[in-house]
Write a protein that binds this ligand. Structure first.
Ligand SMILES: [Zn+2]
Ligand SMILES: [Zn+2]
Length: 339
C-alpha cells in the first residue's frame, strides 16, 4: 500500500509499505478520504513537539472496514466508518472523568501513531464509528473537525440567550460558528479575523456579525453596539487574546482557549474574579463522534460550506502548501485515496 510519510521535518514521501494486519480488537480501514489540518502541516514542518518521525500523518479520515482482528465482529466488514484519532487507556484519572482526550497515556493517530494519509490504516475497532448511509463520504470525513466544536460547546453549554465572540475564522472557528448557530441557536454569533475572505466564509457558516480587527478596534466595534459577549472562544490562538477576552467579556461569561502557544500570556486577575469569569480549554475531542454524527443526520451543520479544495493524494505536497499559503481561498482541503 502507499502511505504519505513525513521522514523528518520538511521531507514528505509517498512510500510503498506492507499492508498492515489488524491486531486483536482492531480493524483495518481502506481509506477513501482524508482532511488536511493545521497539525498535519505542523508535523510536516517540524513544529509539533509530540510528533516522532518517520510518521504517516492524517487524523481526519473516512473509509471502509476491509479486515477485522481477533474479537471483532465480522459483520463490521464493509462498514463505512469515520475514525476517532483519540486512543486512550480507559482507566487513568482523566479517562475516568470522561476526558479520554487528555488521557495520561494519550495516543493520537497521525501524531503518536501512524494515521490516515494512507491507502489503509489499522485502528482500534471502537475508534471506527459507523456512518449512516444518508451521510455522504465527504461529509463523513468532516466528522472529526466538527468534534472540535462539539468539545468546545460541551464545556460551556451554550443557550439561545448567549452572545458569542469567536476569534479566528479558520476551520476551527468556522465549525464552532456552525455548532453555535445550527445546534444551539445562539442569538448572536460574532466572528473577528484579519482576513475579509475568511470573514465572508464565517458569514456563510452563519455568523451574524463579522469584524475585521486589522481595520478597526474590536473593543470600539463592540462598545458602539453596547455588546459584552457571554461566550468568548479563542480559535485564533495568539497569546495576546486571553487578556483582551477577559476585558471584553460580560460578567459571568465563559472563555474557551483552543491554542497551544508556548509563549506567555500576560493577564490581570482582577477582571477574572471581579466578573467571575470561567476559563476553559479544549483539546481534540472527548467521545464526540456520536454527537457530531447525530448533528449531521439531523442536518444541523453543513460541512459543504467548509470544503474548498479536493486533491488526489499523489498531490499531497501541493495540497498542504495551498492550505498553508492561501488563507484567503482555502478552508478545508480533502485528499482522495482509493475511490
Ligand atoms: Zn484536525
Ligand atoms: Zn487514560
Amino acid at each position: 500500500m502507499k502511505s504519505v510519510v513525513i521522514k523528518q521535518p520538511n521531507e514528505l514521501v509517498i512510500e510503498e509499505r506492507p499492508l498492515p494486519m489488524p491486531a486483536a480488537g482492531e480493524v483495518r480501514v481502506n481509506v477513501k478520504l482524508a482532511g488536511i489540518c493545521g497539525s498535519d502541516s505542523h508535523i510536516y514542518r517540524g513544529h509539533n513537539p509530540f510528533a516522532h518521525y518517520p510518521r504517516t500523518i492524517g487524523h481526519e479520515f473516512f473509509g471502509e472496514i476491509d479486515a477485522v482482528g481477533e474479537g471483532v465482529n465480522r459483520s463490521r466488514l464493509g462498514q463505512r466508518v469515520s475514525v476517532d484519532p483519540v486512543i486512550s487507556c480507559g482507566h487513568c484519572y482523566p479517562c475516568s472523568v470522561g476526558k479520554p482526550n487528555v488521557c495520561t497515556s494519550l495516543v493520537v493517530l497521525g501524531v503518536h501513531r501512524d494515521g490516515g494519509f494512507s491507502e489503509y490504516a489499522v485502528v482500534p475497532a471502537h475508534n471506527a464509528w459507523p456512518i449512516p448511509d444518508a451521510i455522504a463520504d465527504k461529509h463523513a470525513v468532516m466528522v472529526e473537525p466538527f468534534t472540535i466544536a462539539a468539545n468546545v460547546t460541551g464545556q460551556i453549554a451554550p443557550t439561545e440567550q448567549d452572545v458569542a465572540l469567536i476569534y479566528g475564522a479558520g476551520p476551527m472557528g468556522l465549525v464552532t460558528v456552525q455548532a453555535l448557530k445550527g445546534v444551539y441557536k445562539v442569538k448572536l454569533v460574532i466572528v473577528v479575523d484579519r482576513i475579509d475572505e475568511r470573514l465572508a466564509m464565517a458569514q456563510r457558516s452563519g455568523a451574524d456579525w463579522v469584524i475585521n480587527n486589522g481595520e478597526r478596534s474590536l473593543q470600539a466595534a463592540l462598545d458602539e453596539r453596547g455588546i459584552m459577549p457571554t461566550i468568548v472562544i479563542d480559535a485564533a490562538c495568539h497569546p495576546s487574546i486571553l487578556q483582551e477576552a477577559i476585558t471584553l467579556a460580560s460578567p459571568a461569561a465563559r472563555i474557551v482557549l483552543m491554542g497551544f502557544s508556548s509563549e506567555a500570556s500576560q493577564i490581570v486577575q482582577q477582571a477574572i474574579t471581579g466578573k467571575e469569569l470561567s476559563i476553559f480549554s479544549s483539546r481534540l475531542n472527548a467521545n464526540k463522534f456520536r454527537v457530531v454524527i447525530d448533528w449531521l443526520e439531523k442536518g444541523l451543520i453543513d460541512p459543504e460550506k467548509l470544503i474548498t479544495h479536493t486533491f488526489d493524494y499523489h498531490h499531497v505536497t501541493d495540497a498542504i502548501e495551498l492550505f498553508e499559503k492561501d488563507q484567503r481561498q482555502c478552508c478545508k482541503v480533502l485528499l482522495t485515496f482509493s475511490q
